[in-house]
Design a protein around this ligand. Structure first.
Ligand SMILES: [Fe+2]
Length: 250
């Protein structure tokens, strides 16, 4: 079922070849793009990992590749396909300064930033980092919230959302087995309306691809249509259409 005429938006992808542990080649990236479009996605943000000292590269490389991929998509896949630059930022105390100096890219050059932490981070450390960022001009979007054990305790998701943090969940676990603890938690969070945006976090076109199908089957049964469109499209659109830091971007 397609919920929105304009198509879905995926704000979390590793579709740029040769930068991180995502796509390994142009051919793979094109296959990922085609699979995304076949699933109803017409806008995506490329978010290669950023971790200082682990994967350093010129941000211009990311922008250049996004432009090339968008050009290809518009010619061969869908005339108004959009590809925006971004990064998935592994948080450390230097992250803010690097954003301000342009060394890392916010989501579609807005003030929203896709952030990840070590999966075993304590809640206190995560809370303090997110609070610090939320007090600046940036809006944190917490990547794959299902990965953090510290968020499984009651009330913590609510507390972080009150800081203004947007919660991004991957499709993959929503469609898992009913007895899987992470799948159960994901579904509970969705039923409680505590998730803001879904993403594929796709790394390739095979074992870490879209993984949307089973998630959608479950969502159609258990969530209302309005919330599904928020999760798959409208909240991501709010991010992309928010005030951009730089002129000249769409
Ligand atoms: Fe990711």
């Amino acid at each position: 079922m397609v919920y929105v005429d304009m198509g879905y938006i995926d704000i979390h992808t590793h579709i740029i070849p040769g930068i991180d542990d995502g796509s390994k080649s142009n051919k793979e990236s094109v296959e990922m793009l085609r699979q995304a479009y076949a699933a109803g996605i017409t806008t995506l943000i490329a978010t290669p990992h950023f971790s200082k000292g682990f994967c350093d590269y010129n941000t211009e490389d990311i922008r250049r590749y996004c432009r090339a991929l968008e050009k290809y998509a518009r010619e061969k896949v869908c005339a108004d396909f959009k590809v925006y630059p971004g990064q998935e930022i592994f948080y450390n105390e230097k992250s803010l300064g690097m954003l301000q100096s342009g060394e890392v890219i916010a989501l579609a050059d807005t003030n929203y930033i896709l952030l990840e932490f070590s999966p075993d981070i304590t809640y206190i450390a995560m809370f303090q980092a997110l609070r610090e960022i939320a007090m600046t001009a940036y809006f944190p979007v917490l990547a794959h919230v299902e990965r953090y054990g510290c968020l499984r305790e009651a009330g913590r998701m609510e507390e972080l959302r009150q800081l203004g943090v947007m919660m991004q969940m991957n499709y993959a676990h929503i469609g898992g087995k009913w007895y899987d603890a992470t799948t159960r938690w994901c579904r509970q969070m969705l039923k409680e309306g505590l998730i803001d945006v879904l993403g594929t976090d796709m790394h390739n076109s095979t074992d870490r691809g879209l993984r949307m199908e089973h998630a959608l089957t479950w969502m159609e049964k258990h969530l209302d249509e309005e919330y599904i469109t928020e999760l798959m499209c409208h909240n991501a659109q709010t991010i992309i259409m928010s005030v951009h830091k730089e002129d000249g971007n769409e």
